[in-house]
Each structure stands twice: as structure tokens, then as C-alpha cells.
Design a binder for this molecule. Structure first.
Ligand code: ADP
Ligand code: MG
Length: 619
């Protein structure tokens, strides 16, 4: 897609609704719009400069934030004041990033007040949201300068694996930058839009794989497009895998070659950043050449294509493993995929294209500039939101099941994993105790049967339920996942109308490894889980029978025979005892025995009550 500099003289851009598309990348960010005349998506750029704005922030002596190419120059000379890869910190706790701490040459702190990380520059602390807002502000300023019109509305893209917290953080960053974020969309979804696949309703159904290898993240998505409707069949990926890791493998190679110890490298921030920049330069050079050579400080740094390819082969293999998982999750076979779309600057490496082609058994599609394709798609989405393009309807999916805790610590799934979003589900629950005035709603994410094995997202109390006998209140819990993938939970007691709503913003996010682990655990523990669930259900049923029998006896003791009372007491005791033993069959037997004893007299007493009620009434 050709880049066009916008002609400001025409004044044709002075429209009320200027919605821009933004790719807020780990490495590079950019802004795109639909050109008002050509109706084509174009990345904004000033004159001959690049459309890409490095996602780097340099803080000068006065703590002014300088973003982009200028900031990138300070990576070497002022590493403590120059922030890169801030996106990797979005919605993350200190614990999440601790193991990758070496990666960052600036100071990441755990301020103890909340579990989210902050970055310390001089004597100031910045959250990843603030850092991202500096980048967005720079993009906004650029766009306003080029378009000569205020830019206040945007669509921003995020990796498919971003969870609620990370999406919310991205939204907040937009708000801080003075942007009204109309929609957060997945990067691979945007990329497929930019490829114009599915632009007409007449088009036949097709299946697309989007392979996005950027600087810091890898995303794999499989989409089905049918009559202009986009449906994400599955997503997979790794938020700690990208071109930065290619650079790292070159650095490690040079360190070994020049006998530089890991400690020296770590302590000499200038050296580490210097090597980092040269490693990236080498990598890019090798996309079109066979050898790279340069001098830096006292070192002669060189690498050839063959060596480089050997170094990165294991990293590419990791991405292919994700591809295999995505294909499996989509429930399709590889040869059902019609097109493979390549996205992200790292797909310029010839070996990446070759390996991905081999894996899918098809030539990959890389005709749209891989650096810009996501922003272009975001601009197309913005155009749809502005009401200019009604051909599309976007469907996304939830990566993990969402549910609440019910009796006995069981997970009751309301929205299963891989459900299409936006989605809304409601289910009714009731109280367990007479006069129970409040009900605790605990929201969980995960695939296991017991909530203790899943991840808690939120918890709240529905209070002020009017006093009613157990089982009478009708508490409807509804889950609404909006188009951004953000979950809203509402609990309402239907008889009284008492209600409470929360928006789920988990304290910090899951890495894709954790998502994967949760899925794997659910498979390996499936058998245990079924057994545990059966036991818990038997226990709950037994407990409930004990409590109702006790109530019944207290109320109707006068109408029971001595034998009945004794037999009931014995059966209750036996059941009580069985509940303390983790034997499902025993509990079920004892429950049945108590039921068999109480059923005949319960029916007799109920019949009496009915005939009593009928007496005196003229029929
Ligand atoms: P992100 O989406 O993470 O911001 P991009 O899609 O902009 O990332 O990709 C950035 C990555 O692409 C960087 O690691 C960069 O070094 C790499 N890259 C850019 N151009 C080339 C090239 N010609 N050859 C190899 N890698 C490249
Ligand atoms: Mg990207």
C-alpha cells in the first residue's frame, strides 16, 4: 500500500469526526487514517520521514518527556532516563517482570502500594499507563500537525493475548493523552482488515492465519471470514518473543566471541545499549545481505547470515509451536487455511518467511508493509465506527472461561472459553440460609472445576437482600463481555430489584505462558477434577438434606411417631458422619437412606396440610 503525504491545502479534512487508527507497538507506534479522497488507509508521515515512531521515551534534566527517534539516541548515552518496551510492562506486576529484569536498562520498582510496576526516572515514578500516554500524546500531536485539525477520537490496537487489565490500561493511557478511545481491537484482526480480506459481502468463506512477529510480542490468530463477517477461531502466542530476542541472540554471540562477561555487560549500561543497537542493525542488514561488519569501541563486530539463522532457528521454532496450537484450537486441519498473512517488522527476516511457508505448506502473503499493516487496519475499523463502512461485523473470542464460585467451591462457568464476544449470559442463583441478607459473588477465570485452581478476578457482595426463606430469593448474575473484551458483572435480586455491578479490572495480568499453563492444567487434571466435583456435589446435597430434614422435624415433631423420629435421628447421624469422609458413594448411600426414611412421613404431613387447607372452603 503506497504511503501518501496528506495535502493540507485542500482543507478537505476539516470534517467533524476524525477518528484515527493507532498501532501502539512495543517497538514502534504509528497513526493511520482513511484518506478522505482516495478512501484508502494511509499511515501519517511528515514529508520523507518514516511513519514509524519508536516507542521510546527520554526524560531530560527537567523531566520533559521526549518521544521517538530523538529519544532513541539516548538509549546509549542515558540509559537510566530512556524508557523502551514500556508496553511489556502494561498491566504487569513486579513479580511478572522480575525474571526478565535484565532486559530493562532502566529502573523498575515495586512500590508496595499496589502490585503494578512503576518505572523510576530521577526522583520521579511513572506507571506504564503514563509512559504509554506520552507516546500516544506524541502521535496525537503529529497527526494534528499533519492534518491541521484536532484529533480526539481513536481506535487503538493491542495484542490478541492482552487481558482485561492490559486492555483497560491501554484505554486509560489514551484517556491520559486526551484521546477518546472508541474501541480497542486485536492487532491480528486489524491486520486482516488491512489486507482487505472479506471486504465484500459476496465473498466466499475463507480461513486466514495471521502471523505477527514484532519487536516484543508474537501473536498467532486464525480467522474465519464469511460474507464480510470476521470470526476469530483461535489465538495463540507469546508476549515475550520477538525481534528483540533476535537482537539478544546476536549480542550473546558477540559477548562470547569477545570474552565479555555477563556481569561486565550488565554493569556497563553504555556497552549493553551500544551492542543492542548494533545487533539490531546487523539483523536488519542480514535481511538483504550475507555479511555484517562494524567497529564499536575496541571491538570488531561481525556476523554472517548462516550464523544468524542458526541462532534464531530455536526462536522461530517456538513461534511454529504456537501456530500448531492455534490450528489445533481452531479445530481445523492445516490445509483448510486459505491464506497466511505476515505482520510485524520481524517478518522481514527471510528465514521467518521460509519456515512459516514450510509449516503451512503455502507461500505466505506479505504484500502490505508489515510495519504499517496493523495501523492501517485500525484506521479501517475507525472508518467503520464513523459509520462510513457498513460491510463489516467483527467478532472476537474470550481466551479463558469466565464464571463464579458456587457452593462447595465449584466453578460455575457462565462464558466458556473461545466464546464469541461481545457476549452476555445470565443465570439465576438463590440463598442457602433463611433471612440471608447478602450474597458473595466471586468471579473467576480458568478451566478447572474448583475455583481454588483458577484465577480470581474480582469479588463483591450483593447486600440488602430483603429477609426471605432460603431458596426464595432469585439472584440473577449476568456476565457481559464487551467488544474490547472487558467483563462487567451484575448481580440482581429479582424479587426486590436490589442490584450491584462491577467492572472487572484484575490487579495485574496473565502472561500468555500462564494462560497456556491454565489450559494445560485443566487437561492434566481433568480426571481429578471430575472426581472432586462429584464429591463436592454429593457433600453439598447431603448437607442440604440434613438442614431441610432438621427444619422439618422441628416444625412437625408432633405429627411424627416415635419410631420415625428415632430412625430419622439415626440416619441423620450416619449421613453427618459420612460427610466427614471423602467417599462420594458412601455419602450418596447415606443421603438416599435418610431420604427413604423421611419421604413417607413428609408426604403424609403435606397431604394432611393440603386437606386441612381445603376444609371449610366451599368448592
Ligand atoms: P512492534 O509491533 O513490537 O512494535 P514492529 O512490528 O514495529 O514491532 O517490529 C519491530 C521489529 O522489527 C524490531 O525488532 C525490528 O528490529 C524488526 N525489524 C524491522 N525491520 C527489519 C528488517 N528489515 N529485518 C529484520 N527485522 C526488522
Ligand atoms: Mg506490532
Amino acid at each position: 500500500m503506497a504511503k501518501i503525504s496528506i495535502n493540507i491545502a485542500t482543507g478537505s479534512l476539516q470534517q467533524a469526526e476524525m477518528i484515527v487508527g493507532i498501532d501502539l507497538g512495543t517497538t514502534n507506534s504509528l497513526i493511520a487514517i482513511i484518506h478522505p479522497e482516495s478512501k484508502q488507509a494511509v499511515a501519517l508521515q511528515e514529508h520523507d520521514s518514516s511513519s514509524l515512531v519508536p516507542s521510546v521515551i527520554y526524560f531530560d534534566e527537567l523531566q520533559n518527556a521526549i518521544v521517538g527517534d530523538v529519544a532513541k539516541q539516548y538509549l546509549e548515552t542515558s540509559p537510566q532516563n530512556t524508557i523502551f518496551s514500556a508496553k511489556r510492562l502494561m498491566g504487569k506486576s513486579y513479580q511478572d517482570v522480575q525474571q526478565n529484569e535484565d532486559f530493562f536498562s532502566y529502573k523498575i520498582i515495586d512500590d508496595n502500594t499496589e502490585s503494578l510496576v512503576k518505572v523510576q526516572v530521577g526522583n520521579k515514578f511513572y506507571s506504564p499507563i503514563e509512559l504509554s500516554s506520552f507516546i500516544l500524546k506524541e502521535l496525537k500531536n503529529r497527526a494534528e500537525h499533519i492534518l491541521k485539525t484536532p484529533v480526539t477520537k481513536a481506535v487503538i490496537t493491542v495484542p490478541a493475548y492482552f487481558n482485561d487489565a492490559q486492555r483497560q490500561a491501554t484505554r486509560d493511557a489514551g484517556k491520559l493523552a486526551g484521546l477518546d478511545v472508541l474501541r480497542i481491537i486485536n492487532e491480528p484482526t486489524a491486520a486482516s482488515l488491512a489486507y482487505g480480506i472479506g471486504t465484500t459481502v459476496q465473498e466466499a468463506e475463507q480461513t486466514i492465519a495471521v502471523y505477527d512477529l514484532g519487536g516484543g510480542t508474537f501473536d498467532m490468530s486464525i480467522l474465519k471470514i464469511n460474507h464480510g463477517i470476521f470470526e476469530v477461531l483461535s489465538t495463540n502466542g507469546n508476549t515475550y518473543l520477538g525481534g528483540d530476542d533476535f537482537d539478544k541472540s546476536i549480542i550473546d554471540y558477540w559477548l562470547a566471541q569477545h570474552n565479555i562477561t555477563a556481569t561486565t555487560f550488565k554493569e556497563d549500561k553504555q556497552l549493553s545499549q551500544g551492542l543492542r543497537l548494533r545487533a539490531e542493525e546487523a539483523k536488519k542488514h542480514l535481511s538483504n545481505a550475507d555479511n555484517y561488519q562494524t567497529n564499536y569501541q575496541n571491538f570488531s563486530l561481525s556476523i554472517n547470515k548462516e550464523t544468524f539463522e542458526k541462532l534464531i532457528q530455536p526462536l522461530i521454532d517456538k513461534t511454529l509451536a504456537c501456530c500448531a496450537n492455534a490450528v489445533k484450537d481452531a479445530n481445523i486441519s492445516i490445509n483448510e487455511i486459505d491464506t497466511i498473512v505476515m505482520v510485524g517488522g520481524s517478518t522481514r527476516v527471510p528465514l521467518v518467511n521460509k519456515c512459516v511457508s514450510n509449516f503451512f505448506g503455502k507461500t505466505v502473503n506479505n504484500s502490505v508493509n508489515p510495519d504499517e499493516v496493523v495501523a492501517l487496519g485500525a484506521a479501517i475499523q475507525a472508518d467503520i465506527l464513523a459509520g462510513n463502512n457498513k460491510n463489516f461485523l467483527l467478532l472476537d473470542i474470550t481466551p479463558l472461561s469466565l464464571g463464579i464460585e458456587t457452593m462447595g467451591g465449584l466453578m460455575d462457568v457462565l462464558i466458556p472459553r473461545n466464546s464469541k464476544i461481545p457476549s452476555k449470559v445470565a443465570r439465576q442463583y438463590t440463598t442457602q440460609k433463611d433471612g440471608q441478607g447478602s450474597m458473595r459473588i466471586s468471579v473467576y477465570q480458568g478451566e478447572r472445576d474448583l475455583v481454588k485452581d483458577n484465577r480470581k478476578l474480582a469479588e463483591f457482595n450483593l447486600t440488602n437482600i430483603p429477609g426471605m426463606p432460603a431458596g426464595l430469593p432469585k439472584v440473577e448474575v449476568s456476565f457481559m463481555v464487551n467488544a474490547d473484551g472487558i467483563l462487567k458483572v451484575k448481580a440482581q435480586e429479582l424479587r426486590s430489584g436490589v442490584e450491584q455491578t462491577i467492572e472487572v479490572k484484575p490487579q495485574y495480568g496473565l502472561t500468555d505462558e500462564e494462560v497456556e499453563k491454565m489450559l494445560m492444567d485443566s487437561i492434566t487434571h481433568a480426571k481429578d477434577d471430575i472426581a472432586t466435583r462429584a464429591l463436592v456435589e454429593a457433600q453439598t446435597e447431603g448437607e442440604q438434606l440434613l438442614s431441610t430434614t432438621e427444619k422439618f422435624i422441628t416444625k412437625h415433631a408432633a405429627q411424627l411417631t416415635k419410631e420415625e423420629l428415632t430412625a430419622t435421628a439415626q440416619a441423620m447421624q450416619a449421613l453427618q458422619l459420612s460427610l466427614t469422609m471423602n467417599d462420594k458413594n458412601l455419602i450418596q448411600t447415606k443421603t438416599e437412606e435418610l431420604n427413604n426414611i423421611s419421604k413417607p412421613y413428609a408426604e403424609r404431613i403435606m397431604d394432611n396440610a393440603i386437606s386441612q387447607a381445603m376444609k371449610g372452603k366451599s368448592v
